[in-house]
Design a protein around this ligand. Structure first.
Ligand code: CS2
Ligand code: MG
Length: 409
């Protein structure tokens, strides 16, 4: 079944999204997410200038061969732009195969291994009372697991605190990329953070009790020893996971953290291939795989890394912020439903404007997600609505320390 058209749709309902549309000679349409926050147009160009023409006349049924062709024939492999481009093709082909088969993609991946996916939501606060309100708000929404992020005394702006004001004056809410032609500078102080975070979790446990699973995102900001210290200091509060405690490039760092603490570790949202996880999984240095379908090359490699992780009892914790489009989210929810070693799914609801463009079947009920049973991925794009929201430049913030040194954001 030949592919006869490959089109790239860039739209910006609340935030920028890049989506690939594949059309076959039999009229089947498949959608794939290629959104890379703050670098969206680079992926759109990679697809438009280098990949779309290579897909014309290819057999849409040959998903694995097309993945290998795009990965190996490029010679230059890996990296976020390449892998987001390949991811979009892979997702669109699985979408088409599901539509041809008349089955939701999770059925093609071996069927459901559970009824629905447990999720976690993002609670945050500039102070303890505001954080408690945010936690209650998420519990009222049905979430059974809560990620806790908080402002740090002495630090002006910190990742993940919704009520903060961006330079534009807009609430941070949950979209870290600020619209504008330059990225916003933020500040950071690890010593202040290490003093404050354990106290916050102590307060949350005292207020909400020992059961509720609590997660925290270190967002790549600590050295191995600092991460080891935080992991240890948080042990009394029994975290579900501590995420991205150190920058992902230095994988040996995890040996230091692992040796010092039993706090579970989650890593991988910035990883792009199975090879990025090889050492971490083989040496049992992580407990959760944080990859996302969109930045990891699609559904095919996400299934492969989870099959590898299963041998080490490592579970999934797929990345699910709003900069993963509803197509990318649907793709990983299908994988999460099918795999045995599912752990938890990050879930931030998309905006009304986004849902106007992306018509999706995903259901969030009582803290659990199900992709729906429509053939394929279960998301269709309203192209007229998409055209009403032209691209707007946006950048993720960056960090400098008090002395002006660049730091991880
Ligand atoms: C974060 C993301 O959700 C998370 O765990 O790390 O919000 C991340 O900051 C964004 O995806 C960056 O675009
Ligand atoms: Mg994260």
């Amino acid at each position: 079944m030949k592919i006869i058209a490959a089109d790239v749709i860039v739209t910006s309902p609340t935030r920028n999204f890049v989506t690939l549309k594949l059309t076959t000679e039999d009229g089947y349409v498949g959608w794939g997410d290629a959104t890379l926050n703050g670098r969206e147009l680079a992926v759109a160009a990679y697809l438009r200038e280098h990949v779309c023409q290579l897909l014309i006349d290819r057999d849409a049924h040959r998903i694995e061969d097309t993945w290998q062709f795009l990965y190996r024939s490029a010679y230059w492999r890996r990296g976020p732009v390449t892998m987001a481009s390949i991811a979009a093709v892979d997702m669109a082909l699985w979408d088409i195969k599901g539509k041809v088969a008349g089955l939701p993609v999770y059925q093609l991946l071996g069927g459901a291994s559970r009824n629905a996916l447990r999720t976690y939501g993002h609670a945050s606060g500039r102070d303890i009372p505001e954080l408690f309100d945010s936690i209650r708000e998420h519990l009222d929404l049905g979430y059974k697991s809560i990620r806790v992020q908080t402002s740090i005394p002495g630090v002006k702006a910190v990742y993940g605190v919704a009520a903060q004001r961006q330079a534009t004056g807009e609430r941070y809410d949950y979209e870290p990329a600020g619209r504008g032609v330059t990225p916003k500078e933020e500040d950071w102080d690890t010593r202040a953070y290490l003093r404050h975070v354990p106290r916050v979790f102590e307060a949350v446990r005292n207020e909400f009790g020992p059961e509720i699973p609590l997660l925290h995102d270190g967002h790549h900001r600590m050295t191995p020893l600092e991460a080891a210290r935080l992991g240890k200091d948080l042990e009394p509060y029994d975290l579900y996971w501590l995420e991205d405690c150190t920058p992902a490039e230095n994988q040996d760092a995890l040996r230091t953290v692992r040796a010092a603490t039993t706090t579970p570790l989650a890593i991988g949202e910035v990883f792009n291939t199975v090879w990025d996880f090889q050492t971490l999984i083989r040496e049992q240095l992580i407990d959760y795989v944080r990859a996302a379908s969109t930045h990891f090359g699609g559904i095919s490699p996400l299934k492969k890394v989870m099959d590898y992780a299963a041998q080490y009892q490592i579970k999934s914790g797929f990345h699910g912020p709003t900069d993963i489009s509803p197509v990318g989210m649907a793709a990983q929810v299908h994988v999460g439903l099918a795999i045995h070693n599912f752990g938890i799914q990050e879930y931030m609801p998309h905006s009304g404007a986004t849902n106007e463009v992306f018509q999706q079947q995903i259901r969030f009920v009582d803290g659990y997600l199900h992709p729906g049973d429509a053939p394929g991925l279960g998301v269709e794009i309203d192209e007229a609505a998409a055209a009403a929201y032209p691209y707007q430049q946006a950048y993720l913030p960056f960090n400098r320390l008090a002395d002006g040194t660049m730091h991880d954001w």
